[in-house]
Design a protein around this ligand. Structure first.
Ligand SMILES: [Zn+2]
Length: 190
């Protein structure tokens, strides 16, 4: 939906967002604010802050996840060109003229993302634990960011879900290529 809006380019990777992507983050932020208010009992101002920071953390966490893929891809010699936020998640883009790549290379690229979020989650966890979900909007957002990184973008990315054209998780990519490479491309060797 709509032309992607270019945001910035880092390490040769262009980041874009569509209008639907922007709306998705707005809706997510309002949803989080509602959760922070209704479920955690934060007053309105703190709940809105929690929602705004929560949505921002969703963007940053996904961006870092995709940059993890980009760095892994660059190391394989087949770099990633862009990431497009069409929702709260981004789709990575590789050159269309890429040759048929060995499965091991796809696997290395697919493994580049989730561990970044596990590290972020583990780094944030002690703060989230001690500040708790009741300690104001910023602390609530840290708690949410911890959960989002560990459970959704970290471990969740490894759950194989493949809805072509909508969502293909890293887990689905790994499942597709795992064990496909033993003995090269399946050519020769008897
Ligand atoms: Zn990923």
């Amino acid at each position: 939906m709509g032309r992607p809006i270019p945001l910035f380019t880092v390490l040769g990777v262009q980041t874009t967002i569509t209008r639907l992507g922007l709306v998705s983050f707005g809706v997510a932020g309002l949803g989080l604010a509602g959760l922070a208010g209704a479920w955690s009992g934060l007053p309105l101002g703190a709940a809105l802050l929690a929602g705004a920071l929560g949505a921002l953390s969703m963007f940053v966490s996904e961006w870092l996840h995709q940059m993890g893929h980009a760095v892994a891809a660059r190391r394989t010699g087949y770099p990633m060109h862009a990431m497009h936020f069409r929702s709260i998640l981004a789709v990575s883009e590789y050159p269309a003229e890429e040759p048929e790549l060995p499965a091991a290379l796809h696997i290395r690229r697919a493994l580049g993302g989730f561990w970044v979020n596990l590290l972020i989650g583990l780094f944030l966890a002690p703060y989230a634990f001690f500040a708790g979900f009741g300690g104001g909007g910023a602390a609530w957002a840290v708690g949410f960011a911890t959960f989002y990184n560990l459970v959704v973008l970290g471990l969740g990315a490894l759950v194989p879900i493949d809805l072509p054209g909508t969502l293909t998780t890293d887990g689905a990519t790994l499942l597709r290529y795992w064990g496909k490479d033993a003995g090269g491309q399946g050519q020769g060797g008897g």
